[in-house]
Design a binder for this molecule. Structure first.
Ligand code: HEM
Length: 261
C-alpha cells in the first residue's frame, strides 16, 4: 500500500502496530547487518523505546548552537569543501576524533545502513567505526548510529537548499521550505506487526498535500515552519531535527559568506 495523503501518513506513523521492516539478527559482530540489528531505528516495541531513550539522552548533551558554529567554522576552514563537515562536527561532539577517516567511514557505511544492502566495503567501514568509537566514552553503537542516520539526510538537505539559494532571505527559512518541498529522505516503510502487510509512506506527496499546503508545488521560503513530515512523526520521529538543522545552517552560512567574498 502506498500512502500519499498527509493525514493518513500521520495516522500510520502514530500507529504502534506498524513497525519498521525487521532486520536479520544473526550477523557476525562488527558487520553492517550486526549494527542494524543493534540500533533503535530498526527495532520496535519495548526494545525500540529503550534504545531511543539512550539516543535522546546523548542528543540532549549536544548544543545546537555549538554545532551550528562548528559547522560554519569547519566549512570556512575547508574553503567551502563542505562534504563530510556534518559527520566530522557531529563526530567530534560525540567524542570521536575529527580526522578524515571518520567522515570516510561514515560515508562508506551510511547508504547500506539505511537500505540494508550489505557489502565488504560497508562491513569494513562499520568495523572501522567500532574501532574509532572504542577510543571514546560509552554507548558506541548509539553514537555510530547517530552519525550514520545524520549523514545522508543532512548532506541531502544542504544540497537541496543550495539548489534554491538566492539573494536575500534567511538560511533558516530556506531550510524549512527545502525540508517540505525536497525532503532528503523521500519515503519510509512500515510493516503491520500481525498481518505482515507492507506500507510505503511517500513523504514528497504528503508534504505537497493540497489539503494542508497552499500552492503545494511552489517553493516558497516565506512559508516559514510548516507541518511537513520530513522528520517523520508519531512513534519514532527524528530525535535530532534541531541538530540536523543546525549542522545544515552552519554549512550554508559559511558557503554564503564565501560567495560574498
Ligand atoms: C537534517 C536532516 C534529517 C532528516 C530529514 C531526518 C529524518 C528522519 C526521519 C524521517 C526519521 C524517521 C524514520 C521513520 O520514521 O521511518 C529519522 C529518524 C532518526 N534520525 Fe533523523 N533526520 C535528519 C537528521 C538527523 C541527524 C542530524 C541525526 C543525528 C544527530 C538523526 C538521527 C536520527 C535517529 C537516531 C533516528 C531514529 C529514531 C528512532 O529510532 O526512533 N537524524 N530521521
Amino acid at each position: 500500500m502506498l500512502i500519499t495523503r498527509h493525514a493518513e501518513a500521520r495516522a500510520l506513523l502514530a500507529d504502534p502496530r506498524y513497525v519498521p521492516p525487521p532486520v536479520r539478527q544473526d550477523a557476525e559482530a562488527g558487520t553492517l547487518a550486526w549494527l542494524r540489528a543493534q540500533v533503535s531505528r530498526f527495532s520496535s516495541g519495548q526494545v525500540h523505546a529503550e534504545r531511543r531513550r539512550l539516543l535522546t539522552a546523548l542528543l540532549a548533551t549536544l548544543d545546537a548552537g555549538t554545532l551550528r558554529a562548528a559547522a560554519r567554522a569547519l566549512t570556512l576552514e575547508r574553503e567551502g569543501a563542505w562534504r563530510g563537515v556534518p559527520a566530522t562536527v557531529l563526530g567530534v561532539a560525540l567524542g570521536f576524533d575529527g580526522d578524515r577517516r571518520l567522515a570516510e567511514a561514515v560515508r562508506a557505511a551510511a547508504t547500506g545502513y539505511l537500505s540494508g544492502e550489505e557489502s565488504p566495503e560497508a562491513d569494513a567501514a562499520v568495523t572501522e567505526l567500532v574501532r574509532l568509537a572504542a577510543a571514546a566514552p560509552p554507548g558506541p553503537v548509539a553514537r555510530i548510529s547517530l552519525l550514520l542516520q545524520a549523514h545522508a539526510a543532512t548532506e541531502g538537505l544542504i544540497a537541496g537548499a543550495l539548489a534554491h539559494a538566492g539573494p536575500g532571505g534567511g538560511v533558516d527559512a530556506l531550510l524549512h521550505e527545502t525540508l517540505r518541498h525536497d525532503p532528503p529522505l523521500t519515503a519510509t516503510r512500515r510493516v503491520h506487526r500481525e498481518t505482515g502487510a507492507e506500507v510505503v509512506i511517500d513523504l514528497v506527496a504528503a508534504n505537497r498535500d493540497p489539503d494542508v499546503f497552499g500552492a503545494p508545488e511552489a517553493f516558497d521560503a516565506s512559508r516559514g515552519e510548516t507541518p511537513h513530515l520530513t522528520f517523520g512523526a508519531g512513534v519514532r520521529p527524528c530525535p535530532a531535527s534541531r541538530h540536523g538543522l543546525a549542522l545544515a545552517a552552519g554549512v550554508l552560512e559559511a558557503l554564503l559568506t564565501l560567495e560574498e567574498r
